[in-house]
Design a protein around this ligand. Structure first.
Ligand code: NA7
Length: 538
């Protein structure tokens, strides 16, 4: 059957790591494509999250594309853990090196995409009023890209400057001489607080949940080390494929990989403390039971609290900084001098569990017990993760069914690559894939290559549509749920974005696939080997 009239083979939504590589692969297989990107520049997550101190928690040498030996060798990383500006520069380098810009339309948001069952095409409309017909649609929208405005009374009444870490101004902000508030102590808060504190006249940190954070141990990479790392790329990439989190060198959490030999619950207090002397912050968690058993996790958290007390001089502040949920529930942060910042005279911690925010006022923030005046409020309040970006687009599949409605009850997906009822629509690192539990770049490469191979297969076999079968999707979701059942990451005390628990009204489901990168990769490969098992090709 001849193809219905269309403008493009593929519309790609987003021009971050996923969208850039998708465009490149589509060109390689001879398909026409365009990527639409809301930002004024490319880079996705690494374009928007330009707050002071932003840094990746995967080592630079691994947080990079592996598909091109030339790009690996031509790009020079300057630091062990890359900062936001360096990752953004890297992505711009890749974009130019592969001549991708001519197929990227910036400052254009996809607002709707509707599947036409008769023609098997997608009609995509954008914020600029464009209407494009494409055979395939790829959501390369990232996992942490839909900013979450906090649900605080009076949010927009503040008369000073409101800044959001997840869309920080490109010209930056000079906090010198200002009275600053930071709300939120996830990764963005933890990384920006030390930098802001060093500039501001005063800084008040409004903390709802205390963070688990570990020193990033970042440092410059010199020319000799870089040459050695580049020479080791083949082994590093091989090791990534065999590692649960798709990281060979594991960044800041390396010590957690070494097998622990003792249970914290069977270790006398004095010996627990010696573990801190020997292994530093990671000594709190390097036990056989600390990451699996709730009681043991509480003992590990107490030990982590001991480390905090060793750094933070004020006992009340130190106590407030100890988390009240298990390590491994939320994504741990990496920092440069976070706890030390609380010893500065100009920094005050406000513990919202004891003194909650009542409202934001024209001049500052009012809590139950206090009233503060600020020049600037920095919101480091997170994202509607994993499903948020696509839920905000009016995507309609078979029978006019809205993706937002399907995902209102559960973040359904088969392998995190497709959603049943939405033919010819692919999600890069969608819910049900390892994504955020791994080195994102490795997960993105796996998906982009899978999708490109699939499209080439459809071309070669004359098929017009591919869609996930509901039965295969259900089985996959059940399998994913069984893996995390009883784990601390789904413990009742856990309110992570992995579970959607940070978004009011969002269904509590653990969204990423926790079976690890190697098992997942084998699964998606075996699906292809079995003739796209679990998908209908017509
Ligand atoms: P996170 O990790 O979701 O952190 C958001 C923070 O904001 C967290 O401490 C929240 O507390 C806090 N928050 C959210 N809403 C409020 C309100 N209404 N009042 C007070 N505090 C609030 O987002 P990040 O941007 O820091 O990091 C996202 C990911 O990027 C990170 O995991 C890394 O993978 C990179 P809560 O914990 O909900 O009590």
């Amino acid at each position: 059957m001849a193809d219905a009239p269309h403008d493009l083979d593929v519309v790609v939504i987003g021009a971050g790591f996923s969208g850039l590589y998708m465009l490149h692969k589509l060109r390689e297989i001879g398909l026409s494509a365009r990527a639409y990107e809301t930002g004024t520049g490319i880079g996705g997550t690494w374009f928007w999250n330009r707050y002071p101190g932003a840094r990746c928690d995967v080592q630079s040498i691994e947080y990079s594309f592996s598909f091109s030996h030339e790009i690996e060798q031509e790009w020079d990383w300057s630091e062990l853990m890359p900062s936001q500006p360096e990752v953004e520069r890297y992505l711009n380098f890749v974009c130019d090196r592969l001549d991708l810009r001519r197929d990227i339309q910036l400052e254009t948001t996809v607002v709707s995409a509707k599947f036409d069952e008769h023609d098997s095409t997608w009609t995509v409309t954008t914020s600029t009023g464009e209407r494009v017909i494409a055979r395939f649609l790829v959501g390369a929208t990232g996992c942490l890209s839909a900013p979450l405005e906090p649900n605080i009374k009076g949010l927009h009444s503040f008369g000073g400057v409101s800044l959001y870490t997840n869309r920080f101004p490109s010209e930056g902000h000079d906090f010198s001489g200002e009275r600053v508030a930071v709300i939120g102590t996830g990764s963005s808060g933890v990384q920006s607080i030390p930098v802001i504190a060093a500039q501001a006249r005063s800084l008040h940190v409004f903390q709802r949940s205390a963070a688990y954070t570990l020193p990033s141990n970042t440092r410059p990479i010199d020319a000799q080390e870089l040459a050695e790392l580049k020479a080791a790329y083949p082994e590093i990439r091989r090791a990534q494929q065999e590692a649960l989190a798709a990281t060979a060198r594991f960044g800041a959490f390396a010590a957690l990989r070494e097998p622990a030999s003792r249970a914290i619950l069977e270790t006398p207090r004095e010996e627990q403390l010696s573990a801190l002397d020997e292994r530093g912050w990671l000594g709190a968690f390097a036990w056989t039971d600390a990451l699996v058993n709730y009681e043991a996790s509480q003992a590990a958290t107490a030990l982590y609290g001991e480390m905090i007390r060793r750094v933070v001089k004020d006992p009340a502040t130190a106590a407030s900084l100890v988390p009240d949920y298990p390590f491994g529930c939320k994504r741990p942060c990496i920092d440069v001098g976070y706890f030390e910042t609380y010893n500065r005279e100009n920094v005050t911690l406000v513990n919202l569990k004891k003194d909650p925010i009542i409202e934001i006022t024209p001049s500052g923030i009012r809590t139950e017990e206090q009233e503060f005046e600020f020049d600037v409020i920095v919101f480091a309040t997170g994202f509607d993760a994993m499903t948020g970006a696509l839920r905000r687009i009016d995507i309609r599949g078979r029978g006019g069914q809205a993706l937002a409605d399907v995902w209102a009850t559960s973040p359904a997906g088969y392998l995190g690559i497709q959603v049943a009822g939405f033919p010819n629509f692919f999600t890069v690192t969608g819910p049900g894939s390892p994504s955020v539990l791994t080195n994102m770049v490795a997960s993105i490469e796996l998906h982009v290559e899978w999708i490109a191979d699939c499209l080439a297969h459809l071309q070669a076999t004359g098929c017009r549509t591919i869609e996930a079968l509901p039965s295969a999707q259900d089985e996959w979701i059940e399998h994913g749920a069984a893996i995390v059942q009883g784990r601390l990451s789904t413990h009742e005390t856990c309110t992570s974005w992995y579970l959607g628990a940070n978004v009011p009204g969002k269904t509590r489901v653990y969204m990423p696939y926790a079976g690890g990168h190697p098992a997942y990769r084998k699964k998606v490969e075996s699906v292809v080997a079995a003739g796209y098992e679990g998908f209908a090709l017509t």
